[in-house]
Write a protein that binds this ligand. Structure first.
Ligand SMILES: Cc1ncc(COP(=O)(O)O)c(C=O)c1O
Length: 387
């Protein structure tokens, strides 16, 4: 897509590594984006699944301001109530028996630490990951990301062996997990892979096989977690509990924060210096994660996610849309023509949607505060686009 017309005086200093949408945004308000050219755009992309509460939520702003005045930063070497309280809040929200939290800053960093722990604790040499899975751009997270080595990985070699296995073949998956396997990493609902639900049967088979061979199961819920599936995590939706779970994106609603949740068995084996971070667990990040979870619960947003998901599925199979996949508000609308064309046509009608690695999937990642009127607007816009 064409670049925006940012004033020439400032242009040209950013690393040119991102393809950019042809609209410059200046302000966000709820589910709306205001563009420099005066357009008001309905956001079904949510800053790539980050803006779960939407833009400028008053409780998020209040937590930000309160904690900034109280203390914006403090090292993990000094105990702080807000850090403990947010960890308790997150593990209680998850209700998965993953009762220990390690705070970090990004999705990739959380996955990097999850993988490192699995190798360290099992003493094994191999990871298993799913085809079409996406886990981040750092050395370990990139190593388990499907297609990264062919496209952008960059490091001369991966830090460990990785076996990729088809996302819909439980038998192949079981065969690839053996006594050398330290960890299996999976997005229960793949994001970049096209809002593709891996499904209960596959996840149960994974859990069982990991238990048989003593491998650790990691759920990467960076994109599908923190309420996006209409449950606290996709693990709750599927009724399958991993040993390690990573969360980010919607956890901070725009403030950088990620978390690694650990089973009690794993947490019990941790020693000082097994993991570390400067900014992870900063009081701002913790206060905001706590406020995000409080808001999801007190505003009954999980229920709203489920309702809006049903509304989209039942009303938006129109125009170029032939079906839907995904869970909650991580939805993939199947397109009869290239999804990029549908995305561009929607943007012409002031609606922002995403695409994915699947060329015929339009990916929707809207805020949890979406309402019926917004869904109707999407339906009407899609209905006007030729199939
Ligand atoms: C499932 C998943 N895991 C990990 C990541 C990496 O997160 P980050 O960009 O915060 O490092 C992403 C980012 O899109 C993601 O979707």
């Amino acid at each position: 897509m064409a670049a925006t017309n940012i004033a020439a005086a400032h242009a040209g200093h950013l690393a040119k590594v991102f393809a950019q949408y042809p609209v410059e945004v200046v302000q966000g308000e709820g589910v709306w984006l205001h563009a420099r050219d005066g357009r008001k755009i309905l956001d079904f992309y949510g800053g790539h699944a980050v803006a779960g509460l939407g833009y400028g939520h008053p409780r998020w702003l209040a937590a930000l301001e309160h904690q900034a005045r109280q203390m914006a930063f403090q090292t993990n070497a000094l105990p702080m109530l807000i850090r403990e309280r947010a960890a308790a809040r997150l593990s209680q929200f998850a209700a998965l028996g993953l009762d220990t939290v390690f705070w970090l800053n990004s999705g990739a960093e959380a996955n990097e630490n999850a993988l490192k722990l699995a190798f360290k604790l099992t003493g094994r040499s191999k990871a298993v990951a799913l085809e079409q899975g996406w886990h981040g751009r750092t050395a370990a997270a990139g190593a388990v990301t499907w297609g990264a080595q062919q496209k952008w990985y960059g490091f001369p070699r991966t830090p460990f062996d990785v076996a990729f296995t088809p996302r819909d073949d439980a038998e192949a998956l079981a065969r690839s997990i053996d006594g050398d396997t330290a960890a299996v990493i999976v997005e229960p609902v793949q994001g970049v892979g096209g809002a593709y639900p891996v499904g209960r049967a596959m996840l149960q088979a994974l859990r069982q096989r990991c238990d048989e061979v003593g491998a650790l199961l990691i759920f990467d819920e960076v994109q599908c977690g923190v309420g996006r599936c209409g449950t606290p995590f996709a693990a709750n939706f599927y009724g399958v509990t991993p040993d390690l779970l990573t969360a980010a994106k919607a956890l901070g609603n725009g403030f950088p924060v990620s978390a690694l949740l650990l089973s009690n068995r794993i947490a019990g084996q941790l020693k000082y210096d097994d993991m570390g971070t400067t900014f992870g667990g900063g009081p701002m990040a913790c206060a905001i994660a706590e406020a995000v979870i409080d808001t999801i619960e007190s505003e009954a947003l999980l229920e709203n996610v489920r309702q809006m998901s049903n509304a989209i599925r039942s009303s938006c199979i129109v125009g170029p849309i032939t079906g839907a996949q995904g869970v909650g508000l991580l939805l993939g609308l199947k397109t009869s023509r290239p999804a990029k064309e549908v995305q561009a046509a929607l943007l012409d009608k002031n609606i922002l949607a995403g695409t994915s690695a699947d060329p015929n999937i339009l990916r929707l990642l809207p805020a949890y505060i979406l309402n019926e009127g917004h869904v109707a607007q999407l339906r009407d816009a899609l209905a006007q686009i030729p199939a």
